[in-house]
Design a protein around this ligand. Structure first.
Ligand code: GLU
Length: 371
């Protein structure tokens, strides 16, 4: 475990409300947060990209609005989230500023991870933030999420975000150290499960019996997160984060339940592009571009000779060689109308032709699946 986390390229850490907010007083656990920030800074110092998905807005906001412990109606929990989120973001910013790590806040709803165009925008922004060395802090946009578009739990949100940014590791920190064969609080013979290779119906049955005090997600949502993450080539670990320095602890052998996948984020993404999306049109390229593609390069507008179909930026398209044969499938960075205008031109002409500075590539190599 230890080496795997230390060598992760891109790490998503999900922090449950019960870790950040004292259950009795409703106050922020500042020392715990500072210790977590130390762990995050250590990852950044090793050049690992880190993204945090943090709960706690509602728990913090309850206190500021004087809402007590009672069960909240949707609009009251949304109001609490609005009041709490500003404190939550501030707390992360202050804690990580001790290490000069810049923080950025991103609030998402499930729509943003499902609708192509919003997905693409969120992905691009997150990728840019990571490239600039910042630590994005993500939460659900509770104040605008209606029942239909709510994740409701940050376990699945964290897995979707991990898939979106091609993370190779997702750590779910909560108040339970992993998966047990039964609820350990009720059954003393419950056995701890250190590793899950496949999420079978037996594993699901175990999760159904195990709760967590943490926020809205129990073990069931954690398993759903594991499934989403593993499909995207991201391994996941569920661990108890209550004690200070939870990441450093895991790195030095601390226990948790591991869901490992042999797929990589890149291979999973290519499989998804090749297999799950319907092509909305096609782009025909010249012989030089076709050769560049087989060498693993991106497709530039200069190599495009024709565009067919009515597609939007981010849609899947078929890439055809000079003879019309399908060579690849990819996600296009330009709509059909824009692609039509820039085809055959060098990338440094894009801004002059379209009036905005778009991507250099028509299809980036990360978004191309050959064959
Ligand atoms: N988005 C909620 C909050 O910040 C938490 C959701 C969850 O508990 O997973 O309070």
């Amino acid at each position: 475990m230890n080496d795997q986390l230390r060598t992760a390229k891109r790490l998503v850490i999900k922090i449950g409300s019960s870790l950040l907010v004292d259950q009795k007083t409703g106050a922020l656990r500042q020392e715990w947060l500072n210790a977590l920030a130390d762990d995050v800074a250590a990852c950044r110092a090793r050049n690992q990209d880190v993204l945090l998905v943090s709960s706690g807005a509602i728990a913090l906001g309850r206190r500021s609005l004087g809402l007590g412990d009672r069960t909240l109606r949707l609009e009251d929990s949304q109001a609490a989230a609005a009041a709490g989120q500003i404190r939550l973001a501030h707390a992360y910013q202050e804690s990580l500023a001790r290490h000069a790590v810049p923080v950025a806040q991103i609030l998402l709803t499930s729509d943003d991870t499902e609708q192509r165009r919003r997905y693409l925008n969120a992905r691009n922004t997150l990728t840019a933030l990571l490239a600039h060395g910042s630590v994005p802090v993500v939460n659900e946009n509770d104040t605008v999420a209606t029942e239909e578009i709510r994740f409701g739990d940050n376990d699945r949100l964290a897995a979707r975000v991990a898939a979106m940014i091609g993370a190779d590791w997702l750590v779910l920190l909560s108040d339970i150290d992993g998966l047990y064969s039964a609820d350990p609080r009720q059954d003393s013979s419950a056995a701890f499960i250190a590793e899950v290779d496949e999420i079978t119906p037996e594993i699901e049955a175990m999760a159904a019996g195990t709760g967590s005090h943490d926020g809205s997600g129990g073990m069931v949502t954690k398993l759903q997160a594991a499934r989403l993450a593993c499909q995207a080539g991201c391994s996941m670990i569920i661990a108890d984060g209550s004690a200070p320095h939870p990441i450093a602890r895991l790195e030095t052998g601390g226990r948790g339940t591991l869901f490992s996948t042999t797929a990589t984020p890149a291979s999973a993404r290519k499989r998804w592009i090749a297999g799950s999306l319907r092509a909305r049109g096609s782009i025909t390229i010249d012989a030089g571009a076709a050769q560049a593609l087989t060498q693993g390069k991106s497709l530039l507008p200069a190599g495009v000779t024709a565009v067919e179909g009515d597609f939007e930026r981010g849609d899947a398209v078929t890439v055809r060689g000079p003879d019309g044969a399908a060579l690849a499938r990819g996600l296009t960075a330009y709509s059909a109308a824009d692609a039509q205008r820039i085809l055959g031109h060098r990338s440094d002409r894009i801004q002059a032709i379209l009036g905005f500075l778009g991507r250099e590539e028509m299809i980036h190599r990360d978004d191309l699946a050959l064959g």
